[in-house]
Design a protein around this ligand. Structure first.
Ligand code: HMH
Length: 227
């Protein structure tokens, strides 16, 4: 008995992180992230990121709301899940205000920003995940993946010894913060709990969506580097 019960202690998410480490690191340690960390990042990259991420977050809100609805409909012990997701939605309100304030400082007119291809593709993925055909296990996996990639990327920029420029510090602090890290860990536990009772088909779909999110995050960073 001991062997299989021990193996249960490692959640699915941890298994994926180990199995797909190189792919995962290609997002969290992307050249764009490394350039923020060592202070060589170009200001046009910051502006592109700021403008495009504002659009992304606006599209992200209805997606997170759709995950909340799915959590509410889960019959068993999903009260905690609902609270965690609701907390996430509340903090996105601050994110949007922050983007607006920051855009003013940089003379970016957010109403005129046009989404670039990588952003559009990512938002299309979010939209497809909002469908009621998508099960909660898959949707909450996507929510966790979207958060944790950002959290780890920005936490890395901000680590001791980083030469991250001042204008980046604030954004690094937003997503690299201990609070956001805690939120991501709560999401991770929720995902692992769900996946314990998932069918093989659900597990497969969850792993596929995890990988797909990482690929879209890499493309998002690529977009920020390009002129
Ligand atoms: C592209 N991924 C992207 N933007 C974000 N703001 C997050 C994740 C985290 O909310």
């Amino acid at each position: 008995m001991t062997r299989s019960s021990k193996m249960q202690e490692i959640g699915k998410t941890e298994t994926w992180l180990r199995k797909h480490r190189p792919v995962y690191n290609s997002a969290t340690k992307h050249p764009f992230i490394l350039s923020i960390r060592d202070g060589t990042v170009q200001s046009h990259s910051f502006k592109t990121w700021l403008a495009q991420d504002y659009l992304f977050v606006r599209e992200f809100v209805p997606f997170v709301a759709s995950v909340l609805i799915k959590a509410c409909k889960e019959s068993d012990d999903s009260d905690d899940d609902v609270e965690v997701i609701l907390g996430g939605i509340a903090s996105m309100n601050d994110d949007i205000s922050w983007f607006k304030r920051e855009a003013k400082k940089w003379d970016i007119r957010l109403s005129e920003v046009v989404p670039q291809k990588a952003n559009k593709d990512y938002c299309r993925l979010l939209e497809s995940l909002m469908s009621s055909d998508v099960e909660y296990s898959e949707a909450v996996t996507a929510l966790w993946a979207i958060g944790v990639v950002y959290q780890e990327s920005f936490a890395y920029c901000f680590e001791e010894g980083s030469k991250s420029p001042l204008e980046w510090k604030e954004s690094c602090e937003r997503w690299g913060s201990e609070g956001f890290g805690q939120y991501c860990r709560s999401l991770q536990k929720m995902v692992d709990r769900r996946l314990l009772k998932a069918s093989d088909d659900e597990l497969k779909k969850a792993e596929v969506v995890f990988l797909s999110i990482i690929e879209h995050e890499v493309e998002f960073w690529n977009m920020c580097v390009r002129k």
